[in-house]
Design a protein around this ligand. Structure first.
Ligand code: BTN
Length: 330
């Protein structure tokens, strides 16, 4: 038998997770992973000490019955079926901002798909320099390093890719989410998630993009600062039931990788279509604030670059960056 390896614990956990509710014998784990039965037992004990619930029944083996509500690589990786996203997970109990850390890692050569995830952020950032409320162990805060083969002018497309992916993960979790241009995720008219993309580029190519996502998963009203309490919601508040954060994180990363692949293979066309289908902006009366100027009209469409087209009294305005306020409901 080979000597015990540090990743053995993760493999034992993945094996148990794959068996779902079934028992797996110590012998099967030991044969499959090339570990002694004593080493398997040691890993089971260590996993239990970290909050995993594992039944051990003589002559039947082991069965995983509960996972801790944490987002460490140990929880996340067995749930991920992705080829690149989340192959490397940098986990923090608390950090200033996952996007700041991901940008540092990208500058140091981090690979496409490396993920930074934290249980809490002390300086979580939103678009336009706003703060992003990041209470500990309630929600999901992650940033992914991407290295797309794109000219810098097309990088904003990835913001819409991110919003479509997170919208899909929310809908899979049973939340009727929709997208407000460009990338705010709303449910019942309140904000449930947001995407922040930042990049470094040379004149003709993107060096890296850091796509940061914040999703309100299990936060209750008292977890949000007073100033955003009335405008924010969460998966828990929308469906009346808490969501396992690791499962939800895996769903986000899987959807994100699927849409990133589609974008790389087929371009922006399918993303534009998917964004339109999920939009709660198009067809609505809006006021858009652009550089302090307010522009009123009806949001008609997004163009082939992702810009918002608003019909005003004087014609159609093309907006590449701004804050949208939705007026009357449809
Ligand atoms: C927005 O809607 O304004 C975007 C919010 C983005 C928040 C996420 S949380 C993870 C990542 N780290 C940050 O500091 N911001 C993003």
């Amino acid at each position: 038998m080979p000597a015990d390896r540090p990743e053995s614990e993760e493999l034992v956990l993945a094996f148990l997770a794959e068996a779902a509710d079934e028992f797996v014998s110590g012998e099967a784990i030991s044969n499959k992973l090339g570990l002694t039965r004593a080493a398997v037992w040691k890993h089971v004990e260590s996993l239990r000490a970290q909050g995993y619930r594992i039944d051990a029944v003589p002559a039947r083996g082991y069965r995983l019955t509960g996972v801790p509500d944490r987002l460490t690589p140990l929880e996340l990786r067995p749930l991920l079926n992705t080829h690149d996203l989340g192959r490397v997970v940098h986990w923090f109990e608390e950090i200033s901002s996952t996007s700041d850390r991901a940008k540092e890692l990208a500058d140091q050569g981090a690979e496409h798909g490396e993920v930074v995830v934290a249980e809490a952020q002390t300086s979580g950032r939103g678009r336009r320099g706003r703060a992003w409320a990041s209470p500990a162990r309630k929600n999901l805060y992650f940033s992914v390093v991407l290295r797309p083969e794109l000219p810098p002018a097309r990088a904003p497309e990835l913001t819409l890719v991110g919003s479509v992916a997170v919208c899909d993960a929310l809908r899979q979790a049973g939340v009727q989410a929709g997208i407000k241009w460009p990338n705010d995720l709303l449910a019942s008219g309140r904000k449930i998630a947001g995407i922040l993309t930042e990049l470094a580029a040379e004149p003709d190519r993107v060096e890296w993009v850091v796509l940061g996502a914040g999703v309100n998963v299990n936060a209750r009203p008292e977890d949000f600062p007073a100033e955003v309490r009335d405008e924010a919601t969460s998966v828990l508040l929308e469906r009346g039931q808490a969501a396992p954060r690791a499962l939800f994180a895996a769903a986000c990363l899987t959807a994100l990788e699927d849409w990133i692949d589609r974008h790389a293979e087929e371009g922006f066309g399918p993303i534009r279509e998917a964004w339109r289908e999920r939009s709660v902006t198009l067809g609505r009366e809006v006021v858009v604030t652009v550089d302090g100027r307010e522009l009123a009209g009806v949001a008609e469409d997004i163009d082939e670059t992702g810009a918002l087209l608003v019909r005003t009294r004087v014609g159609v305005e093309r907006i590449i960056s701004g804050d949208v306020q939705l007026l009357r409901p449809r």
